[in-house]
Design a protein around this ligand. Structure first.
Ligand SMILES: N[C@@H](CCC(=O)N[C@@H](CS)C(=O)NCC(=O)O)C(=O)O
Length: 209
């Protein structure tokens, strides 16, 4: 088994943190996105969507998409449960993971990819180069900021994103937070509950993965 990933990219980090929480080790193969290795024919044969992470099983079958890969490992090693413990919690984790992905990760990616000079002609992942749209960068920043403001209210009532327990929703939110603040797409200093939650999830050993 091996995981195609890139150590500096946010989505592969989501899988690494998930694996660290599970105590699973998988050999990693680096696809250097800065050198556009994801667009080379060898990698496009592995994933025509030209993105990492991609998991390759020992028999050669592959799974792309962060959450699909995490689901695979939740099934092969259920404990600790990161997709919820009971039917309600499973639904809540799914709901909040999705919010964190769409309103957090994807909105920040819009903010970053549509405004960063090095991303010219690469505003969307994949084989086809899309041009930047400045308005999309602004909209992405606004959406991501509003999402974390909403999350701040939720974290005033719950210790973790999906409720009382740490879950894959916290992993997506942690990496959205770090990606967004590192790239200066968002500034979250004014959000006290997000700050308390971020300190707690960042203190877990898995956050270093
Ligand atoms: N929804 C996908 C997103 C994957 C994705 O966007 N990966 C980025 C790295 S964080 C990538 O491969 N980028 C390639 C590029 O920029 O062309 C997932 O969760 O796996």
């Amino acid at each position: 088994m091996k995981l195609y990933e890139f150590a500096l990219a946010p989505n592969p980090r989501r899988v690494r943190v998930f694996l660290a929480e599970k105590g699973i080790t998988v050999p990693m193969v680096q696809i250097n996105l800065r050198e556009q290795e994801q667009l080379k024919p060898d990698f496009l044969a592995i994933n025509p969507f030209a993105t990492v992470p991609v998991l390759e099983l020992d028999d050669g079958r592959r799974i792309a998409e962060t959450i699909a890969i995490c689901r695979y490992f939740e099934a092969t090693k259920p404990e600790p449960r990161l997709f919820g413990h009971d039917p309600y919690e499973m639904g809540a984790v799914e709901e909040w993971q999705r919010h964190c992905e769409l309103e957090g990760m994807a909105a920040i990616a819009d903010g970053f990819r549509n405004s960063t000079p090095g991303m010219k002609g690469r505003a969307v992942t994949g084989q086809h180069g899309y041009e930047q749209i400045a308005d999309l960068a602004e909209r992405g920043k606004a959406r991501a900021t509003r999402f974390f403001e909403l999350l701040d209210g939720r974290l005033a009532k719950h210790p973790f994103v999906a409720g009382d327990r740490y879950s894959v929703a916290d992993i997506t939110a942690l990496i959205a937070h770090d990606f967004g603040t590192r790239t200066k797409v968002i500034s979250l200093d004014h959000l006290a509950n997000v700050k308390r939650w971020h300190e707690a999830v960042s203190a877990r050993p898995s956050a270093k993965a």
